[in-house]
Write a protein that binds this ligand. Structure first.
Ligand code: GCO
Length: 449
């Protein structure tokens, strides 16, 4: 028996063993059945924005092949599937005009999952904002928060009888920072004030939608998913601890503090050089009680202060690159247990956790129709063991969703990075099970037996 198998008894029978995906990364069919354009449709078609100009027009063609894909998922034996809804399929113009055909697609997905005994968990925003809303200022416009609450309410009214768990936003850090500061993601804005404002209105939209969904269905379980990355100072020197502290604000506390303390960290203006909007009453609204916190964990960082200051704030990453994924991300499983234990001690009002994403990209090689992705198996096994270690320290963790079910469109990196446990041949759309699929299937079976 492996060390991980010994730890499996720590997982309760109700534990959610899942896989995750997102609409724009897998669906394709970007103009089908009345879908409106999203900011990612435009961004990915703008020269120079994605690796080799790749886009999600076809992606894994999941919109047409969902039935085959969900059968594979049944074969995998997962208890849960986390997917996102494309907002512009439901509201092609951002608001008001509802597209019944778009809603129909997600209704079919949900029914198929339930017929396979797989419980759906839906993310409402995984970055594909309707273009029509971007044209009115997108996340820099407070009104977008209200449009989002209306969309959330529509979804819960339509599917809330069958879907009980809802995630408002996926990784607001990426929406704010990558979308509005570094410009690496749609809508490609590069402005500190825009980033800090977008973060605020995304948080507000999270809270307004949470209230609207609860008013519609009191049995809806609602959370938000943050990408969190713990920070270790290089040593105990004061300057390195300070640098690590700033990085922790940037990586984690920028969103955690408003959600669970009702305030922004004091250091935020030091990092961005600007203040968040100071609007009376917003912080109290943002601090809605939640049913769970979704955590996406990939890696951790070791941080030191640089010799000279560098923008936007003085820290340097010196994390060891001994063991890295194809993304160049260091493999640090113990960072996940540290994160979970630290969060539950530092935030008094924090709800139970669900690991909504964890996984790794590697250079997969297809040999005789097989993919022996041993590095991915090791990554997954070490991280699931880290979840068990946190549970052994009394941290309440309700689920683990592997990112990702199948290879897909990795945003600005196009199709160059493969995170799936199902291999996708993008020329033929053929699916091939990787060894990690077989390994995960075996693990889930053991855990549930
Ligand atoms: C994110 C997203 C996913 C990514 C995954 C790998 O974390 O960026 O939720 O859409 O594909 O994380 O980078």
């Amino acid at each position: 028996m492996t060390t991980l198998e010994k730890k499996l008894k720590l997982f309760p029978p109700t534990f959610q063993w899942g896989v995750a995906s997102s609409a724009y990364q897998v669906e394709g069919a970007v103009t089908e059945d009345g879908k409106g354009p999203s900011i990612w449709d435009i961004f990915s078609h703008t020269p120079g924005k994605t690796s080799q100009g790749e886009n999600g027009d076809i992606a894994c063609d999941h919109y047409h092949r969902y039935s085959e894909d969900l059968s594979l998922m049944k074969n995998l034996g997962v208890t849960h599937y986390r997917f996102s809804v494309s907002w512009p399929r439901i509201f092609p113009d951002g608001r008001q005009r509802m597209n019944v055909k778009g809603l129909g697609f997600y209704g079919r997905m949900v029914d198929t999952l339930l017929s396979h005994n797989i419980t759906p968990i839906i993310t409402l925003y995984h970055w594909d904002l309707p273009l029509a809303l971007q044209e009115q200022g997108g996340w820099q416009n407070r009104d977008t928060a209200h449009a989002f609450a209306d969309y959330a309410e529509t979804m819960v009214s339509a599917l809330g009888d069958r879907v009980k768990q809802w995630i408002t936003h996926n990784e607001p850090w990426c929406t704010a920072y990558l979308g509005h500061f570094s410009g690496e993601h749609a809508p490609g804005i590069k402005n500190a004030q825009a980033a800090v404002d977008a973060a605020h209105y995304v948080l507000l939209s999270h809270a307004l939608s949470t209230m609207a969904m609860r008013a519609t269905r009191s049995d809806a379980k609602i959370g938000i998913t943050l990408n969190l990355s713990p920070v270790y100072p290089k040593d105990h020197s004061q300057e390195n601890q300070k640098a690590a502290g700033l990085q922790d604000v940037f990586n984690n506390r920028w969103f955690l503090d408003p959600l669970f303390k009702g305030e922004y960290p004091d250091e935020l203006p030091t990092i961005f050089g600007v203040n968040p909007p100071d609007i009376a009453g917003d912080m109290e609204i943002i601090r809605q009680p939640l049913d769970f916190l979704g955590i996406n964990y990939y890696s951790a960082q070791v941080i030191a202060a640089p010799v000279r200051d560098q923008a936007p704030w003085p820290v340097v990453h010196i994390t060891s690159k001994d063991r890295v994924t194809a993304m160049g991300w260091p493999v640090i499983p113990e960072g996940l247990s540290k994160l979970l234990v630290d969060l539950s001690t530092h935030y008094q009002d924090i709800p139970p956790f669900i690991i909504t994403e964890n996984g790794a990209a590697y250079e997969d090689v297809v040999e005789d129709g097989k993919i022996h992705d041993t590095e991915r198996i090791l990554y997954l096994s070490d991280h699931i063991a880290a979840v068990a270690d946190a549970m052994a320290q009394d941290v309440n963790i309700q689920g683990y969703y592997l990112w990702s079910f199948m290879d897909n469109f990795e945003w600005a990196l196009g199709y160059s990075k493969r995170f799936g446990i199902v291999h996708v041949n993008y020329s033929t759309q053929e699916r091939t099970l990787k060894d990690s699929f077989l390994w995960y299937r075996h693990l889930i079976k053991k855990a549930l037996s």
